[in-house]
Design a protein. Sequence first.
Length: 170
Amino acid sequence: MTEQRARIVAHVVDHPGTHFNELLRELELATGQAQYHLHRLVRQNEIRRAEFYGRTHYFPLEWTEWERGAIAMARRETARDVLLELLERGPSEPQAIADALDVARSTLEWHLDHLVELDVVRKERDSRNRVTLVLMRPRETMRVLETVDPTLSETFVDRFIRLTDSLLDL
């Protein structure tokens, strides 16, 4: 394995779910150079590549499909905050989570739809058709959240989206 590929694998192991642009910035790689090495590493079964909602993420081989999806979502600040709220509060109504996070309900629902699709969160309905959000795997979710270390740029993008949502609500 070349030195560049070893650097990439080490970064992916240390930052599971890192996405392509983050990898470029953190390792100071040119786009073509990163594409070439990542393609080879994936093809040689050294790392795994997965796409989630517009972003390509890279993972060590040992992460399961569920963990890969959960990590990809937890790298988004709003989704991460939803998971933290549900861990702290337990089962909750969506509006309570939206209010606690100060996000638009539509933003919350976008993240919830993906968290539900990935079996991280479940929406339970009572006899009056009211929704309660429940974590599917609280212990595993806690492990995922401990693993994720968001970059400054990821945090900036997520906060910009929140700001835009709050301005549109006015």
